[in-house]
Write a protein that binds this ligand. Structure first.
Ligand code: ADP
Length: 167
């Protein structure tokens, strides 16, 4: 089941939350900052030790003080206009996040922020379309997949995309 949640991803009681991380895995602003603030200082130590990683890839750490047991740190592309492989890299970031979740063995519920759709500048409509496409591909492998939006407008984009019959 894919559901839409509008609010703070750090509050979600799911097995894993995905972080829109930077390649250094050293924390930052946006959702990354919120996740590190809520998880506590152990998270930056655990994640930085696994970095740097390539754009489109992802690593998994414990969730420390978060309700979620795991954090999957995925690196989405910076938007440069769309001709530098951004769509493929964003799709890879979602795909590798699912790979890490399945690899953990105990993840039945997972929540994603809109990777790259903040500071990295990816156009929201296209980012949401890619996110939903990959989520649908993995829908049967999880009990719950949560598309977490931080604002109503993004929530509406997810709901609209989910109401469209898959191509
Ligand atoms: P990126 O650098 O990959 O663009 P950002 O953190 O800047 O990552 O933004 C990604 C998305 O996460 C944006 O849509 C932003 O509104 C959203 N966001 C920011 N804070 C949170 C949060 N606490 N919970 C869920 N989503 C968030």
């Amino acid at each position: 089941m894919i559901e839409v949640f509008v609010g703070d991803i750090t509050e979600l009681e799911v097995d894993a939350i995905v972080n829109a991380a930077s390649r250094a895995l050293a924390g930052g602003g946006g959702v990354d900052g919120a996740i590190h603030a809520a998880a506590g200082p152990e998270l930056v130590r655990a994640s930085r030790a696994l970095g740097p990683i390539e754009t489109g890839s992802a690593v998994i750490t414990p969730g420390f003080r978060l309700p979620a047991r795991h954090v999957i740190h995925a690196v989405g592309p910076i938007w440069h206009g769309g001709r530098q492989g951004e769509a493929e890299l964003l799709e890879r970031a979602y795909e590798t996040s699912f790979e890490r979740a399945l690899g953990a063995g105990d993840v039945r519920s997972i929540a994603f922020p809109a990777i790259s759709a903040g500071v990295y500048g990816y156009p929201k409509e296209s980012a949401v379309e890619i996110a939903v496409r990959v989520m649908r591909r993995h829908e049967k492998e999880f009990r719950r997949i949560v598309a977490c939006a931080f604002d109503e407008r993004t929530g509406t984009l997810y709901r609209r995309e989910l109401s469209v019959r898959p191509k």
